[in-house]
Design a protein around this ligand. Structure first.
Ligand SMILES: Cc1cc2nc3c(=O)[nH]c(=O)nc-3n(C[C@H](O)[C@H](O)[C@H](O)COP(=O)(O)OP(=O)(O)OC[C@H]3O[C@@H](n4cnc5c(N)ncnc54)[C@H](O)[C@@H]3O)c2cc1C
Length: 430
């Protein structure tokens, strides 16, 4: 892993964590480190577990956990009221080397591996703070710029994004087109070497705070299919005609700035085109597996968080003279939840390994997203139930986890669309 990652981890923890052995690691007679998998760990959120990680990752994880504990959790309720997190938080994350973790150093990123990026996703889920749109920025928007951008675009945006001074968003969905992206109406027309962009987008995460938005637009209405006439554009905050609408009033994810965006005759220079003209749809298809894996990972980690939260609760809550945890039906429910979570963890970790080797295909990523986000909602439902009425009160973390879970089967492609992708592979003539 990049030395910078390690250095930033040590800086954040004052060097302390390097002296501590990871709590859940065990050593064999030969002294070789044997990492526990989640079923045998004391807690599903323990540091030092899972064979996909190394002790260097553990050090990084300690520092990320500390960041969420100190810089995010204490302010999250206030950001929920504001409907967005502070810009200062983004810059702090940038300073600590927590943005663009999996973006190569030579492009201006941190240069960590995919597992380090996954630690960011997991630790955010363990903090139960869904406000900061870090994963979207670092692991969805930045890869588009790195993979399809010109040298000039990469140089201009990536270092600023790593520093948290430029916040990214991705705008595909429109009021009339979500699942069926080929039905979008936002369009860009040539005017000399410039483009003129018109249209609107909705449900855009990081929309309000965004400095740079990747906008999906039609560039050729005559193409033999709509997919052949779609391009991507980099639209910067402050461009004339780029208007940010209201922050949307959501059921959950209260601290996330999900917004409507409007484009009224926005003049874009030729250099705003991202990737190849009319190849936007193919660029999107290429990048979607990572987005789906990320949603699966965060959903599963949220399940691990909810399980631990509920285990604590039932061990102290009393009913009929004993703790609720003494009731056999409660124990069986916890056994079911833990089994489902750990089985899913094995699958999602294997997807991470495949993706680290660039071998994760679209249908497998779709399975992970569909399965983990459905599980997250089942776990949320059962964990609220095990909390009784306190699970229905906003001040209890499980309540927030419950409402936040609901968006997961919807965005990143609905789970019905995931099943379409999985089914297509099943029945395809090989
Ligand atoms: C909190 C949040 C954040 C979001 N962030 C972003 C973002 O940053 N950028 C962005 O571009 N979008 C974002 N979205 C939008 C999201 O990606 C879309 O909502 C999603 O793709 C579904 O589109 P839709 O809402 O238009 O549903 P529709 O496409 O209208 O679907 C309605 C229902 O029909 C079903 N359906 C549609 N087609 C089929 C089919 N072929 N087979 C079976 N069932 C089908 C769907 O599964 C769904 O149940 C976000 C959404 C939410 C809730």
């Amino acid at each position: 892993m990049a030395a910078r990652l390690l250095r930033s981890s040590l800086r954040m923890s004052g060097g302390r964590c390097a002296l501590r052995s990871p709590p859940a690691a065990r050593f064999s007679h030969s002294g070789e480190e044997k990492r526990l998998e989640t079923p045998s760990a004391e807690k599903l959120t323990d540091i030092g577990t899972r064979r996909i990680f190394s002790s260097e990752h553990d050090i990084f994880r300690e520092s990320v956990r500390k960041f969420f504990q100190e810089e995010v959790i204490p302010h999250h309720a206030e950001w929920e009221k504001a409907g967005e997190v502070s810009r200062e938080l983004w810059e702090k994350a940038g300073k600590q080397g927590l943005l663009g973790v999996n973006i190569a150093k030579h492009h201006g990123g941190i240069g960590g591996d995919l597992y380090s990026a996954a630690i960011m996703w997991e630790e955010q889920a363990y903090s139960n703070c869904t406000g900061p749109g870090f994963s979207l920025h670092s692991d969805i928007v930045m890869p588009y710029i790195v993979n399809y951008g010109s040298e000039e675009q990469i140089k201009h945006f990536i270092p600023q994004m790593t520093a948290g001074k430029c916040i990214g968003a991705l705008a595909m969905t429109e009021p009339g087109a979500g699942s069926d992206l080929q039905g979008i109406r936002t369009n860009a027309k040539r005017d000399g070497s410039d483009w003129i962009l018109n249209g609107s987008k909705v449900f855009i995460s990081n929309g309000q705070l965004s400095d740079i938005v990747i906008v999906v637009a039609i560039t050729n209405r005559e193409a033999h299919s709509p997919a052949h006439g779609i391009s991507l554009f980099l639209v910067e905050n402050g461009m004339k005609g780029f208007i940010k609408g209201r922050k949307l009033h959501k059921m959950g994810l209260k601290a996330q700035d999900t917004a409507e965006l409007f484009f009224e005759d926005v003049r874009l220079p030729a250099s705003a085109l991202l990737g190849e003209e009319n190849k936007g749809f193919y660029h999107l298809m290429q990048e979607l597996p990572q987005e789906r894996l990320l949603i699966a990972e965060m959903g599963l980690s949220a399940s691990e968080f909810m399980f631990e939260e509920t285990r604590n609760y039932v061990r102290q809550r009393k009913a009929f003279g004993k703790t609720v945890a003494h009731l056999q039906t409660v124990q069986h429910k916890l056994a079911e939840l833990k089994t489902h979570i750990c089985v899913t963890r094995a699958f999602v970790d294997s997807c991470l390994q495949l993706h680290e080797k660039k071998r994760l295909d679209s249908a497998t990523a779709a399975m992970a997203k569909y399965w983990a986000s459905e599980l997250q909602n089942t776990v949320a439902y059962d964990c609220v139930q095990l909390h009784g009425a306190w699970g229905y009160m906003w001040e209890y973390p499980i309540t927030k986890a419950y409402v936040d879970a609901r968006a997961q089967p919807i965005y990143g492609g609905t789970n019905e669309i995931m099943k379409e992708l999985i089914a297509r592979e099943i029945i395809r003539d090989k």
